[in-house]
Ligand binder design. Structure first.
Ligand code: ADP
Ligand code: MG
Length: 156
């Protein structure tokens, strides 16, 4: 199967700008959404997830799940926030499929550490720190549902 891919690039110059962009996305996401976040430590993956949670109507403070690996929040849709940083090279089934293929929104920081586990249809966000400390966020939508989502985000 050939999956079409569409890319958009955003530059944010503060953590609040990153949160606002992600918040918009949070208002648009649908049940069974998968979003991957990749980029070096401090790039803004957790900050992005905080904005997304706000867009889902989640009141609780979203913090890094690095040590818990998975955190669940209740909002308009449930948010499953996974951080795979400590899972590099762990070659076992951790049962994430349940969250990835769910009625909620699954966000995975460091998904590059989970090769082979993820369905092809998803929204990938890669975050880069630029020289002036702003962040370059490259969104790539895989599959029609996610292309539509990215289109909507850009017109909002
Ligand atoms: P990660 O989860 O990728 O390790 P965090 O979101 O925990 O990163 O941390 C990002 C750090 O970078 C925060 O301290 C945040 O305030 C800072 N920051 C500075 N500029 C930005 C920006 N444009 N977007 C997101 N975070 C930013
Ligand atoms: Mg993080």
């Amino acid at each position: 199967m050939v999956i079409k891919m569409k890319e958009k690039v955003f530059i944010t110059s503060s953590s609040n700008e990153t949160r606002q962009l992600a918040e918009k996305l949070g208002t648009l996401v649908f049940p069974n959404t998968l979003i991957t976040l990749n980029g070096q430590l401090g790039a803004g993956k957790t900050t992005f997830t905080q904005g997304l949670a706000k867009g889902l109507g989640i009141q609780r403070k979203v913090t890094s799940p690095t040590f818990n690996i998975l955190k669940i929040y209740k909002g308009r849709l449930p948010l499953y926030h996974i951080d795979a940083y400590r899972l590099e090279d762990i070659d076992q089934d951790l049962g994430f499929e349940e969250y990835i293929d769910s009625d909620g929104v699954c966000v995975i920081e460091w998904s590059d550490f989970l090769p082979g586990l993820l369905p092809d249809e998803r929204l990938n966000v890669s975050l880069e720190i630029l020289e002036d400390d702003s962040r370059k966020l490259t969104f790539s939508a895989q599959g029609e549902r996610y292309e539509g989502l990215l289109e909507e985000l850009c017109t909002l």
